[in-house]
Design a protein around this ligand. Structure first.
Ligand SMILES: *Cc1c(COP(=O)(O)O)cnc(C)c1O
Length: 396
């Protein structure tokens, strides 16, 4: 059966068709779950060919599996990269991508605002592996250039940031890095490949927590890395060493989730923008952080580097923790939960959860006030979401 080749398809067509051809055995439209750890090889010649990578074929699921492969082909097409690797978690993709690149004595540049576990991983690299990390102000990637020296190996980027949706100028960062022979990695989780094309903006490797928008239903923990064939080969060999393979069933859940991603992300973009505009005018809300609002200090950059502004927003409720608690007590559709990018709207309070360990100074610098709420907007009908917030906020 002819494999579907990407002929410059739009994102929705890619989501549905690339990597999801009918199964060659019986023509099953839904790709089967290859729940196997190993593969019978028909001959010794074939064994040699597979192990020397002269021929595509699977030998052991820790290094590759047809269900994983289907997900990898789809995500590579969506990010516009040559190849992709799937992982057992977003952090697995991030740690493998970074350690496939840096070694003892190297230096790394990263924005001050980073996903918490990534920040802790950089600390681990510094303390245990002798890799120096320099942080620059998230909104000022030009400052990163002053920190580059001959030992600098990696410029790590993440945008929009968690939880206050600040932006890093991706194209500018990639331009600076290229000039100095530094490799760039972008964590594209918050935007998703449909809203932000990291590779097209000049980044070398895109990593994502596929637990979020890619799988999209809060149903699977997984991660992806997308880059050139050569870099993905190196990243996959690190993945094997760390034992970060993705279970075939989780790979299948990811594959199924990605088929509807274009529709989901479109609805999340419009729901989040409309909710941000509604909350910005609400008397009980002090401030809204959303890249799609004209009031966002980097709105011009958002328009330049994002195709849609994403499903994440943050807002400050008037009052203190009692007032926020009253709002959450009265929300019916919106759940108090961590994570993001799924079909249901969920929200959390970073100051006492994901960012609870930060010092008061760090919280102040990152604008994480006690009443800051981070919401991941789902695909519900907007009128129902607005009513849920309207009623809950009437108790504040
Ligand atoms: C969730 C998340 C991660 C980590 O992904 P896991 O799948 O939980 O390991 C990394 N970066 C960002 C921006 C995230 O939101």
């Amino acid at each position: 059966m002819a494999k579907v080749k990407d002929e410059g398809f739009g994102p929705s067509t890619k989501c549905v068709h690339i990597g999801s051809e009918p199964d060659p055995a019986w023509g099953a439209i839904v790709p089967p779950i290859y729940q196997t750890t190993t593969y019978a090889v028909p001959s010794v010649t074939e064994l040699i060919a597979r192990y020397s990578h002269k021929k595509v074929g699977f030998t052991y699921t820790s290094t590759g599996n047809p269900t994983q492969r289907a997900a990898e082909v789809k995500i590579a097409a969506l990010e516009g990269g040559e190849d992709a690797a799937v992982f057992s978690a977003g952090m697995a993709a991030i740690t493998s991508a970074i350690t496939s690149l840096v070694t003892h004595g190297d230096e790394v540049l990263a924005p001050r605002e980073l996903y918490g576990e990534t920040f802790h991983f950089f600390h681990l690299l510094e303390e245990k592996m002798g890799i120096k990390i320099h942080f620059f102000d998230t909104a000022n990637v030009d400052k990163a250039e002053e920190l580059i020296n001959e030992r600098t190996k990696l410029l790590y980027l993440e945008t929009p940031t968690n939880p206050t949706l600040k932006l890093v100028d991706i194209a500018r960062g990639a331009e600076i890095a290229k000039k100095h022979g530094v490799t760039t990695i972008l964590d594209n989780t918050f935007a998703s490949p449909l809203n932000q094309a990291g590779l097209a903006l000049g980044v070398d490797v895109v990593v994502e927590s596929a637990t979020k928008s890619l799988s999209g239903h809060h149903q699977a923990v997984c991660g992806v890395a997308v880059s050139t064939n050569e870099r993905i080969r190196a990243i996959k060999s690190t993945r094997g060493l760390y034992g970060q393979t993705l279970d075939p069933f989780a790979a299948w859940l990811l594959l199924m989730g990605m088929q509807t991603m274009a529709l989901r992300v479109e609805r999340q973009n419009s729901n989040a923008l409309t909710l941000a505009q509604y909350l910005e005018k609400h008397p009980k809300i002090r401030k809204v952080h959303y890249p799609g609002l004209a009031s966002h200090p980097q709105h011009a950059l958002a328009r330049k580097q994002m195709r849609g502004f994403g499903g994440l927003l943050a807002f400050e409720v008037e009052g203190g923790l009692d007032e926020v608690t009253r709002m959450f007590d009265h929300l019916k559709l919106v759940k108090l939960a961590t994570s993001l990018g799924g079909v249901d709207t969920i929200a959390t309070i970073p100051s006492i959860s994901t960012h609870g360990d930060l010092s008061p100074e760090e919280k102040a610098r990152m604008e994480i006030t006690q009443t800051l709420v981070r919401a991941s907007v789902g695909i519900e009908d907007f009128g129902d979401l607005r009513r849920d917030f309207e009623e809950a906020l009437s108790f504040v």
